[in-house]
Design a protein around this ligand. Structure first.
Ligand code: GSN
Length: 223
């Protein structure tokens, strides 16, 4: 039996949080090494663990995977969360890229100045309610089933729930015009593996703050 996947990243959400979500949803236990010092990062570089000198890195099945998207698609495929054929995969890819784009805007938020934050909150609300959520609401309406791909849970659903919760942290009523997404959120949150991940004490991380910037600057030798 291979050991548990080991995640190398900061003790923060960042790009790794979707990996934590996907593993948790698949019911896979994982270990984490949190980067706190320059030395830890240099050791990983010296050992040749970081193909592009970047984290996230995940040690899994004898591989040292980098590039968040590659990590996620490997985990999704391995745990039957990546559709049954190429066409389903293409749909999942499109849905996932949509939520990735939305989460990218939200992820940048904590680094902004107060004025930029105000502008960014408006952008998040506008993109969520006018561009992204209407798409997922329509997909659920058209297929009339529980998940984006119909009756099978996929990576796209897991990442949509992550994006919904992140968006709600920035505006708690953001789902008010999307009844099917509200029901989706409730249903998804009740899946036992996800329910467990949503409980306090899990490996889910809180929203990032300024302290996280200081750690990353120290590790990457930035100013
Ligand atoms: O998606 C990915 O995993 C890569 N395309 C990007 C990974 C990345 O940018 N990693 C940053 C830290 S996490 N930030 O978002 C990184 O390791 N930067 C190293 C550096 O030398 O700045």
């Amino acid at each position: 039996m291979a050991g548990k996947p080991k995640l190398y990243y900061f003790n923060m959400r960042g790009r790794m949080e979707s990996v934590r979500w996907l593993l948790a949803a698949a019911g896979i236990e994982f270990e984490e090494e949190f980067l706190e010092t320059r030395q830890q990062y240099e050791n990983l570089l010296k050992d040749g663990f970081l193909l592009f000198q970047e984290v996230p890195m995940v040690e899994i099945d004898g591989m040292k995977l980098v590039q968040t998207r590659a990590i996620l698609s490997y985990i999704a495929a391995k745990h039957n969360l990546y559709g049954k054929n190429l066409k389903e995969r293409a749909l999942i890819d499109m849905y996932v890229e949509g939520t990735t784009d939305l989460m990218g805007i939200i992820r940048a938020h904590f680094k902004l100045s107060p004025e930029e934050k105000e502008r960014n909150l408006r952008l998040i609300s506008e993109r969520a309610t006018k561009r992204y959520f209407p798409v997922y609401e329509k997909v659920l309406k058209d297929n009339g089933q529980h998940f984006l791909l119909g009756n099978q849970l996929t990576w796209a659903d897991v990442q949509l729930l992550e994006a919904i919760l992140m968006t709600e942290e920035k505006g708690s009523t953001i789902l008010s015009q999307f009844p099917l997404l509200q029901a989706f959120k409730t249903r998804m949150s009740d899946i036992p593996t996800i329910k467990k991940f949503l409980q306090p004490g899990s490996q889910r991380k809180p929203p990032s703050d300024k302290k996280d910037i200081a750690v990353a600057n120290r590790v990457f030798n930035r100013k």
